[in-house]
Design a protein around this ligand. Structure first.
Ligand code: G16
Length: 542
């Protein structure tokens, strides 16, 4: 059946770093989701019989869009859809399923760490055959298609039962409802030394994992409690809820405060971790020791060879530009390349496919490797557990040892959320115009050494991405970076990334806020944040 779009309902938004993200009410408009999904299919042009993976983070509206997408896939010539039981597939699990079963792509229904519920956010991401987010060429083509589309295709078929594993037919297409956890758990077991972790657990090693009522609950329960032997209750908020229990499923010190408070309090277990809405982000906090995502990347890279999946060492490390340079020092010590990419996981895909990098990370709590083509929250947790179990060391001791060898990059990100777009644009434009005058200027004890607008040339396909954030580098390796978010759903979000480097023989045992005070003042002097945004303090500090 061909459905003709009566008017043009698409409130255009260039798909950002993670697909299309809007309020649920926007997706509920007639033709809205269908228009976007059809545009994806029109661009993907699946060969007859191709396999499509569908799953989401369980948020409100997930099941509705899954049923729509299944009928549309049948009408668009797909031969098989693999859909996660209950409509569930974490983003990294979806990436793995796409790769493992040779699918041509997958629809991941999630607004990641944004809140869920009838009045909150929803999203649709399209991943391609390598399991990774659609590259810019594809997202641009999908966007262009949404601007001209005038019909979508569907078949007349009832909803399928998403809660019973097994195979059914929809309009001549096979739909398999698969166990969302099994393939992923098997992959993790192949990468990590589960026996060593089990032994540590048997020896009294304890942890708390906060699934934030989001998608990782079933994965964490199966892997941590059932397979690794952690006590029942180790996984908290382990049942995915459509509104994430009213919380913001973003694993940082603000939104995972309960876990954070536990870990710095007197009853802390040995290890604490959390993941986000769709399971690709991670928070790592040891007893009394928060590990910044940038440090986590560096520490994992320095010790990855202790896990069976990485015994051959790393081919290279990649980090997004705003992520601290801690990983660069590890790469140097290992004698491998370190790539600096724009923000967004899709930029790692080519490096991973080409075998140029093994481990990647972003300051926004994303870490992962070439095992899939997405960042992977539980993967990071398991690599940490593997390293701690083999080395018989705690998080704090490992961090201190790391800094004593490589030096320490004190780090924080200040977010100014929901600011007026005009003010945000003016701030960036003014900043860009002033870059030439910055080198040589001093801000208290800080002397600016260089400043630029970051652009990236992909070493694999030569594509160029410009305007990826403003970098101001100071003498001695400290930095401030200014960037506008590409994933917000209201107004603009300004991100200010602050990084102070202290060499191994410097002040490596101080409190972060005090160490960054000078940089915060410099950022204000350089960019006029209060003048442009009307804000004197950030909304979120991570
Ligand atoms: C933010 C982060 C990025 C991340 C992106 C998507 O983007 O800063 O590092 O890649 O979210 O993350 P997720 O896949 O978890 O939604 P932005 O543009 O808002 O800074």
């Amino acid at each position: 059946m061909i459905q003709t779009v009566p008017t043009h309902p698409f409130e255009g938004q260039k798909p950002g770093t993670s697909g299309l993200r809007k309020k649920v009410t926007v997706f509920q408009q007639p033709n809205y989701s269908e228009n976007f999904i059809q545009s994806v299919f029109d661009v993907a042009r699946p060969e007859a019989g191709a396999t499509l993976v569908i799953g989401g983070d369980g948020r409100f509206h997930n099941r509705t869009v899954i049923q729509q997408a299944i009928r549309m896939a049948a009408a668009n010539g797909y031969g098989r859809v693999l859909v996660g039981g209950g409509g569930i597939l974490s983003t990294p699990a979806a990436s793995h399923v796409i790769r493992k079963y040779g699918a041509t792509g997958g629809l991941i229904l999630s607004a990641s760490h944004n809140p869920g519920g009838p009045n909150a956010d929803f999203g649709i991401k399209y991943n391609v055959a390598n399991g990774g987010p659609a590259p810019e060429g594809v997202t641009e083509a999908v966007y262009a298609r949404t601007q001209e589309i005038d019909r979508w295709l569907t078949v007349d078929a009832p909803d399928i039962d998403l809660d019973t594993l097994g195979t059914t037919q929809v309009g001549g297409m096979t739909v398999e409802v698969i166990d969302p956890v099994a393939d992923y758990a098997e992959l993790m077991e192949s990468l990590f030394d589960f026996a060593a972790i089990r032994q540590a657990v048997a020896g009294g090693f304890t942890m708390a994992f906060d699934a934030m009522s989001a998608v990782t609950g079933p994965y964490a329960t199966e892997i941590l409690e059932n397979r690794l032997g952690f006590a029942k209750g180790t996984v908290r908020n382990g049942v995915p809820l459509e509104d994430f229990g009213g919380h913001h499923p973003d694993p940082n010190m603000v939104h995972a405060k309960e876990l954070f408070d536990l870990m710095i309090g007197p009853d802390a277990p040995d290890f604490g971790a959390a993941s986000d809405g769709d399971g690709d982000r991670n928070l790592i906090v040891g007893r009394g020791r928060f590990v910044t995502p940038s440090d986590s990347l560096a520490m994992l890279a320095a010790n990855a060879h202790l896990a069976p999946g990485y015994t051959d060492g790393l081919k290279g490390i990649a980090r997004s530009m705003p992520t601290s340079a801690a990983a660069d020092r590890v790469a140097e010590a290992l004698g491998v390349a370190c790539y600096e990419t724009p923000t967004g996981w899709k930029f790692f895909g080519n490096l991973l496919d080409a075998g140029m990098a093994t481990i990647c990370g972003e300051e926004s709590a994303g870490t992962g490797s070439d095992h899939v083509r997405e960042k992977d929250g539980l993967w990071a947790v398991l690599l940490w557990l593997n390293i701690l179990a083999v080395r018989k060391i705690g998080v704090d001791a490992l961090a201190r040892e790391h800094w004593a060898r490589f030096g320490r990059n004190y780090y924080a990100r200040h977010d100014y959320e929901g600011i007026a777009t005009a003010g945000a644009d003016a701030l960036m434009a003014e900043l860009k115009a002033s870059l030439g005058a910055l080198p040589g200027k001093t801000f208290g004890p800080l002397a600016a050494a260089a400043a630029d607008s970051f652009s990236y040339t992909d070493p694999v396909d030569g594509s160029v991405s410009t305007n990826q954030g403003i970098r101001v580098l100071f003498e001695g390796g400290s930095r401030v970076v200014f960037r506008l978010s590409g994933t917000g759903t209201q107004g603009a979000t300004l991100r200010v990334y602050l990084e102070r480097f202290e060499p191994a023989d410097g002040r490596i045992d101080e409190e972060t806020p005090a160490m960054l005070a000078g940089l915060i003042a410099a950022a204000e002097a350089i960019a006029g944040i209060a003048r442009h945004t009307g804000r004197t303090a950030p909304d979120v500090i991570t």
